[in-house]
Design a protein around this ligand. Structure first.
Ligand code: ADP
Length: 397
């Protein structure tokens, strides 16, 4: 029976999972998939190592993370070749100032991480619910939290501080940054050399439902667009990104309650709010409605503005990397962003872009442009195994 690590990335509406062989060289992926519909009827979709769909299972009853995990564990047990789990790794969005390295979760750690629920209401409570659900199902199975904030522990002190009275900084009100597992994966991939020399200054664009940019110098985060929470920076699927705090004060004075404000800022703004149609870039790109165009144009405009700030922070740009749902799959958005970054030496090869290749720069581009599919689950697998036991040996389930 292969010894495996299970990686979980649990959000408000879906649970993504993937298992990797803990013992074989290169830790090959064994299977993966997701459970959709959290909060309602659940649907499990699972793929084998080659990516072929091997299970499509629905439940009649509404379920949350615990029911979704039962579905995953039941399906894993029913596979022709079950795995022997050595541990479970979780993406945990907020580690605050304290957690940089992956940590084995116990009650004390869990209690500490709960303090960050309010800082990442779309993610943290769901991440932690998944940890509790696994404990309920398999109390002896070691679990490791891997943090999305961790990669940014290197950001410049000046980038971490908010211009507020210093006492608030000392109480943790500072910029942290997110999407760290994705950026760590990109940094490691670039350092691996398969893309050739990339120079010292890399701007990575993680453009998915959540979106951010990271300025990496020599493989480490110098600054990033998300801050204290994952609301800051770029316009996103349902979040506005950077917003004049005066707007929030105005809405509050106009009678909006805190819960309504949270809903507005986390779930009803961004592409969805501006278009009035959808948070899904595919839907907007296929739409003829002027509001859809306006939403895409604003997404591009905001990204270019923030990119300009980070290029300035790095003192120039050597490589631009696109990743995540939109970054990996939308030639239109990539082209619009690159066109506006021409001043920085960015020149896209239109054919390479349309064909979704890995290298997207024109021959005469001063800046290398890469499209690298991110793999946060693999990063979680590697971090979890490194944390559990240097050789991944020892603990059984
Ligand atoms: P998350 O993991 O945060 O849910 P993803 O990285 O999967 O986000 O990105 C989701 C976004 O990617 C959605 O806005 C979706 O529309 C967009 N996307 C996925 N495929 C395409 C595509 N082919 N063209 C344009 N956008 C796409």
């Amino acid at each position: 029976m292969p010894r495996a690590v299970l990686c979980l990335n649990v959000g408000s509406s879906s649970l993504k999972f993937a298992a990797y062989d803990a013992a074989a060289a290169g830790r090959p992926r064994l299977f993966g998939g997701k459970v959709e519909g959290l909060g309602g009827a659940l649907r499990l979709l699972a793929h084998d190592a080659a990516g072929a769909l091997v299970e499509d299972r629905k439940t009649g009853d509404a379920g949350q993370a615990d029911a979704a995990l039962r579905l995953v564990f039941d399906w894993m047990a029913s596979r022709a070749e079950p795995v022997d789990l050595v541990g479970v790794g979780h993406r945990v969005v907020h580690g605050g100032g304290r957690y940089v390295d992956p940590v084995v979760v116990d009650d004390a750690v869990l209690a500490e991480l709960e303090r960050f629920d309010a800082l990442a209401p779309l993610h943290q409570p769901y991440n932690l619910a998944a940890i509790r659900a696994v404990t309920g199902l398999h109390p002896a199975l070691p679990q490791v939290a891997c943090f999305d904030t961790a990669f940014h522990h290197t950001i410049a002190p000046v980038a971490a501080r908010l211009p507020l009275p210093r006492a608030w900084h000392d109480r943790g009100v500072r910029r942290y940054g997110f999407h760290g597992l994705s950026y760590a994966y990109l940094a490691r991939t670039l350092a691996g050399g398969t893309h050739g020399a990339v120079g010292r200054r890399v701007l990575a664009a993680h453009l998915g439902s959540g979106a951010s940019l990271c300025a990496m110098v020599d493989g480490a985060s110098l600054d990033t667009t998300m801050g204290f929470t994952a609301l800051d920076g770029l316009m996103m699927g349902t979040r506005p990104g950077s917003l004049d705090p005066g707007v929030v004060l105005y809405l509050q004075a106009a009678g909006m309650a805190p819960a309504e404000l949270e809903d507005l800022l986390y779930r009803r703004s961004g592409l969805l709010g501006v278009s009035g149609i959808s948070a899904d870039m595919r839907v907007l790109e296929a739409s003829a409605a002027p509001e859809a165009r306006e939403a895409i144009d604003l997404f591009v405009w905001r990204t270019v503005r923030e990119a300009g700030g980070l290029v300035a922070a790095m003192g120039g740009l050597d490589t631009l990397v696109f990743t995540a749902g939109i970054g990996e799959n939308s030639p239109g958005v990539r082209a619009a962003i690159c066109e506006r970054l021409a001043y920085a030496g960015v020149r896209l090869d239109p054919l390479a872009n349309r064909e979704q290749r890995e290298s997207l720069h024109a021959d005469d581009s001063r800046v290398k442009i890469l499209r690298i599919p991110t793999d946060e689950e693999r990063m979680i697998a590697d971090e979890t195994l490194a944390r559990l036991a240097p050789e991944g040996a020892g603990e059984g389930a």
